[in-house]
Ligand binder design. Structure first.
Ligand SMILES: [Zn+2]
Length: 454
């Protein structure tokens, strides 16, 4: 029989279910990685094997991060490019990225996913588009690392095929031939993608961006992804530079270009979507496209403010992404929600987004974007036991408890106190249960130092 784990006396549970239910003085019973029962008051059923105290805690569903480049944790706060625009920032770093190997990928994945767990994320996507010298094993290395950490993982196999010589941005050391890319897409799906319920690992395909691969590869990627039943992901509409580039190169704006390539659909999610016309928003809505909103990255690079407040009235599925650490410098998921709320208010006023709305985007929104709304993203019986709790006795909430759920977003939440993924407790008392993961900090610093001293 599966072990029963009980979390009891929880001050408030924000379930994120379709009725927006919030339970007071409540419990959650977990069996075999799945939520078996929730309720208010004391639990009275079969004696559990393990009991966790939720006193003075707010529980939310595990947050779902839908855009990251974990390897970039090695390049955060990189001296000399802290004030660069996207294209300049990319051009400055591509040459360093050409030296990234398996140890760097493994280490940076452990670091980034550990940060995510400590900030309330239980599922993360990653966009790895860098395979210097044709080193395809980097994808395998990040999967191994995410397994060690225990996070639910959606790695996306990226690609770059257009080098500077062919009109793209990256140098030739980091691009691959299209045949090799397509063969690798197929290999990693066959080897790693688990389509079943409560899967801990699903693969998606993700050419880096319209300015780093050919139109042919974009089309073939979409065809292969649909044949194999995996989702598609890329960056889109991030900067005005990108609009200019697409108009000059293809005679089309980015959304038109993607439409021509078969890339507008319910199985696609785009990171950013900052620079869109009203008509483009409506077309993305008609197609039920997913969005990963990355407010810190957009602020850090000065890219602009995505029209989330306008998009929330449409059928576009909205989720949050911390984005690569080199354009955010942190992988703090719960802070990203707060950033999103604040940034929308800069443009649309104080009623733009509420704390509960951003919590919804960060949970059920993410689940929909990844095609997993039946399994994760809310606290309901039958859903995966991906649960997060924050202690209301934290310094940053003192005096701010008139609405505990809202405090998680409005006050300056620095991290979470309890994270359970697939029924396994990975963060307890605000610390990683596997303290050995902290040994990766000096390792990561040594690798990063090699990059910036070269
Ligand atoms: Zn990105």
């Amino acid at each position: 029989m599966d072990k029963l784990k009980l979390i009891e006396n929880v001050d408030t549970i924000f379930t994120a279910d379709s009725q927006g239910r919030e339970l007071a003085n409540a419990y959650v019973l977990v069996s075999g990685g799945v939520i078996a029962e929730i309720g208010e008051g004391p639990y009275t059923g079969r004696v559990p094997d393990e009991i966790y105290d939720g006193r003075d805690m707010v529980m939310i569903p595990g947050l779902i991060n839908t855009h990251h480049h974990l390897y970039q944790t090695l390049f955060r706060n990189f001296k000399g490019v802290n004030s660069a625009k996207l294209f300049d920032w990319l051009t400055a770093l591509y040459d360093r990225w050409a030296k990234v190997g398996e140890e760097a990928i493994y280490t940076s994945t452990v670091i980034g996913t550990a940060e995510l767990l400590l900030s309330g994320a239980t599922t993360t996507s990653d966009h790895l588009y860098l395979f210097p010298g044709g080193n395809n094993q980097l994808f395998d290395a990040e999967i191994e690392a995410a397994r060690q950490v225990g996070i639910r993982f959606h790695p996306t196999r990226g690609s770059m095929s257009l080098s500077r010589e062919d009109g793209g941005l990256p140098p030739k050391e980091v691009v691959q031939t299209e045949d090799e890319i397509l063969a690798e897409y197929e290999r990693v799906i066959d080897e790693y993608h688990e389509g079943g319920k409560f899967s801990m690992l699903r693969v998606a395909l993700s050419p880096c961006s319209p300015f780093s691969v050919s139109d042919e590869l974009m089309k073939e990627t979409a065809e292969l992804g649909r044949r194999k039943g995996v989702r598609l992901h890329t960056h889109l509409g991030e900067t005005e530079d990108e609009n200019q580039f697409c108009l000059e190169q293809f005679g089309l704006r980015p959304v038109d270009y993607m439409e021509e390539l078969g890339w507008i659909g319910g199985d696609v999610w785009f990171a950013h979507l900052v620079h869109l016309s009203d008509d483009e928003i409506d077309r993305l809505s008609d197609a039920h496209v997913g969005m990963s909103h990355c407010p810190s990255s957009n602020m850090r690079l000065g890219s602009g403010i995505a029209p989330v407040t306008r998009m929330k009235e449409t059928e576009i599925d909205i989720s949050f992404g911390v984005d690569g650490s080199a354009s955010n410098d942190g992988s703090n998921m719960i802070k990203e929600l707060r950033q999103g709320l604040l940034l929308q208010r800069v443009k649309y006023g104080p009623e733009a987004l509420t704390p509960r709305e951003v919590l919804q985007f960060g949970t059920t929104g993410g689940a929909r974007v990844l095609g997993r709304e039946e399994e994760i993203g809310s606290i309901e019986p039958g859903k995966a036991a991906d649960l997060v709790m924050v202690d209301l006795n934290r310094l940053e909430y003192a005096g701010g408890l008139s609405d505990p759920v809202s405090a998680l977003i409005m006050c300056d939440t620095k991290g979470v106190d309890f994270t359970m993924v697939d029924g396994e407790v990975l963060v307890k008392g605000g610390r990683l249960v596997d303290e050995g993961l902290l040994d990766f900090i000096p390792k990561q610093n040594a690798i990063a130092q090699r990059f910036y001293s070269e």
